[in-house]
Write a protein that binds this ligand. Structure first.
Ligand SMILES: Nc1nc2c(ncn2[C@@H]2O[C@H](COP(=O)(O)OP(=O)(O)OP(=O)(O)O)[C@@H](O)[C@H]2O)c(=O)[nH]1
Ligand SMILES: [Mg+2]
Length: 420
């Protein structure tokens, strides 16, 4: 691979990675950016309509194979006097459409000038030809790539009247395009026999004149097409970049706000819990919960039992309030790496609060002191940050950042081409 091709790859591959749907345009741009590719002329049309033979007559030598059947099955090229002639297979001839792919490569990718060849004896263009011609005309409007309409094998028509009729009908199908009626056989006869009238009647000299003018326009058409493609691609990348920047900033904003809301919300809940617990943990008098029950009390209610029940209820309420917050933020279960075989134990609540019974002193330390609440916020926030939703959001941000970096790289590459 030469140096230019390598540096083009370096620029165009990143663009393709970002805009895979523009592969075709990027391939064409690669051709346009190649230096020293002679103006390229190709033929487009159905098989056996005389395409290869026409090229031979235009070149003045029998380079391409001509036969009375489907003949051309691969692209063939010949450079002569600064023009690159490209013979392509007939369209729609091959059921597997392999030939069509080659024809499209020639007319879509390589050619600056396309000779649309249609045999006069076939009468009007059929639907496939007509669609193809419309595509080519639309492409010309976008890219200034040129199309010449050639009606071939006019010697096969009975007389001038029939020729008029056929040409009039076809002209209506391709408004705006000049028709070039030609006969390769007449041209050959005229040339070999030195018959000037036959030469003129072959239509080939007139086609040659049109082709010559079209060839003159190729440099400026290429320049226009290159600029058009570069502008379109740059615009598309700019739009994409803008969208990606917006979604990145909105994701980051969500991430930040969620984090703030989680911590602030939890802080408020903990303060409310501390207020609710205040009278329970600071009840005056003896702490009966620490007095063990003895056998003699059996199933009777005791002050100790009552107090422990009160503490248990207060603690449960605190846990329910906290858990509600965790549910709201999707931070209920443990991250996969921390899960055990006991599913019911794999909760953030248990991981942070433990399973031991809580007494007054515990509740006071855990909820009523700032340090205790700070510790809870810290521990719960840790599990919030590793929760599935939070991790997914982080991944999404990373992904968007990567995509944005790719888009920027693609844009940088393209702008280096514009300024080259
Ligand atoms: N009478 C007459 N026959 C022609 C003319 N041009 C080509 N032919 C004949 O038509 C047949 C097909 O010509 P080709 O040039 O091979 O046709 P093609 O369009 O290249 O065909 P594929 O390569 O199969 O797509 C050959 O037998 C040619 O000699 C012409 O102007 N007049
Ligand atoms: Mg051919």
């Amino acid at each position: 691979m030469n140096q230019l091709a390598e540096s083009l790859d370096h620029v165009l591959e990143p663009v393709l990675a970002v805009l895979p749907q523009r592969r075709w345009d990027l391939d064409r741009l690669r051709v346009l950016l190649q230096l020293n590719v002679p103006p390229t002329v190709t033929v487009v049309g159905k098989y056996n309509h005389g395409k290869s033979r026409l090229l031979n007559e235009l070149m003045g030598s029998d380079i391409f194979n001509v036969a009375d059947r489907r003949e051309t099955v691969a692209l063939a090229e010949h450079v002569q006097q600064g023009v690159r002639w490209l013979d392509a297979p007939g369209l729609y001839a091959d059921v597997a459409l392999q030939d069509d792919a080659l024809a499209r490569e020639a007319m879509g990718l390589q050619a600056d000038i396309r000779l649309f060849v249609h045999a006069a004896k076939e009468g009007e263009l059929d639907a496939l030809e007509s669609n193809l011609l419309q595509d080519l005309v639309a492409d010309h409007q976008r890219s200034q790539r040129q199309n010449l309409m050639v009606i071939s094998q006019i010697d096969q028509l009975a007389d001038d009247a029939q020729e008029d009729k056929v040409l009039t009908a076809i002209q209506q199908q391709c408004a705006g395009l000049n028709l070039h009626p030609v006969s390769s056989t007449r041209y050959r006869q005229g040339r070999d026999g030195g018959k000037q009238r036959m030469l003129e009647k072959s239509g080939i000299p007139a086609l040659q004149a049109s082709l010559e003018a079209a060839l003159q326009r190729v440099p400026q058409a290429r320049e226009f097409e290159r600029e058009t493609l570069l502008t379109e691609l740059t615009q598309e990348l700019n739009t994409l970049q803008h969208k990606q920047e917006q979604s990145l900033s909105s994701l980051q904003q969500t991430q930040k706000q969620q984090g703030i809301d989680f911590v602030e919300g939890l802080g408020k809940i903990l303060e409310r819990i501390a207020n609710d617990l205040e009278p329970v943990v600071n009840a005056p008098g003896v702490d009966h919960s620490l007095v063990p029950d003895t056998f003699e009390f059996g199933f009777k209610m005791t002050a100790g039992k009552q107090e422990r029940a009160r503490l248990q209820i207060a603690y449960s309420r605190a846990c329910i309030a906290i858990n509600g917050h965790l549910v709201e933020y999707g931070a209920v279960g443990l991250p996969a790496a921390q899960r055990t075989s006991v599913r019911s134990m794999d909760t953030v609540m248990i991981a942070v609060m433990g399973v031991s019974v809580k007494y007054r002193a515990d509740l006071r330390r855990i909820f009523c002191e700032q340090a205790g609440r700070d510790k809870l916020v810290q521990d719960f926030t840790h599990y919030f940050e590793v929760s599935d939703g939070r991790v997914a959001l982080e991944k999404q941000i990373e992904q968007t950042e990567n995509q944005l970096a790719q888009t920027r790289q693609a844009l940088d590459g393209l702008s280096s081409l514009e300024h080259a």
